[in-house]
Design a protein around this ligand. Structure first.
Ligand SMILES: [Zn+2]
Length: 98
């Protein structure tokens, strides 16, 4: 019995910093998912966003209206995708699950 869990304990002992880091990251991602889902309809749709910021539709795609960086998307389980600016951390718009 001990022989079976000893390597596991050794693994945890050696990498506990890393494991805690990953757990914290997972918790943050999960929390983000919950927050995005909870206030899903408060984010503008792509059409609304472009109507409010016409200059943000470029040949390269939709950009942030503050810093002009390309938006990056993140899947939100059960809702769709959220597009946000990774530079200034602004939520830009949502795309509902098709
Ligand atoms: Zn930005």
């Amino acid at each position: 019995m001990w022989n079976a869990i000893a390597p596991l304990l050794e693994f945890v002992d050696r990498y506990h910093g890393l494991i805690i880091g990953f757990a914290a990251l997972a918790a943050v991602l999960l929390l983000n998912q919950l927050i995005y889902r909870r206030s899903w309809t408060s984010y503008p749709t792509r059409e609304d966003y472009l109507a409010a910021h016409p200059g943000c539709a470029t040949a390269d795609g939709v950009v942030c209206d503050r810093c002009r960086q390309k938006a990056s998307s993140m899947p939100v389980k059960g809702a769709g995708r959220i597009y946000r600016c990774a530079w200034c951390e602004t939520d830009l718009y949502r795309v509902d699950r098709g």
